[in-house]
Design a protein. Structure first.
Length: 101
């Protein structure tokens, strides 16, 4: 029963950073999912895959896992590099690519 602790990235449908500040503890799947032959539903007998716990900080998630004897691995988030862009830069005289209509 191994868990992973990570901070989720924003979804493609989000423009803001809502729900990306919390840290999440999820268990790794122990058994592969199976497909029901009649209906085509995907199911699993692994009940730990349904557990999804949120924490305010990385340290709180690690402390919870250690206190309850859960083996875990921490996945550090990749911070995005955002460039500051101004609309006026489109009309600069020293632009690298010429701006034309």
């Amino acid at each position: 029963m191994t868990a992973k602790i990570y901070r989720p990235a924003k979804t493609a449908m989000q423009s803001g950073k809502a729900k990306t500040q919390d840290w999440v503890l999820e268990f790794e799947p122990e058994k592969p999912r199976s497909i029901d032959p009649m209906m085509g539903y995907t199911s699993s007998g692994d009940m730990n895959s349904q557990i999804h716990m949120s924490f305010d900080s990385r340290d709180a998630a690690v402390a919870y896992a250690m206190r309850n004897g859960i083996a875990f691995r921490v996945i550090e988030p990749k911070e995005s590099k955002r460039r500051r862009v101004a609309y006026a830069d489109n009309f600069r005289f020293d632009r690298r690519l010429p701006w034309t209509h």
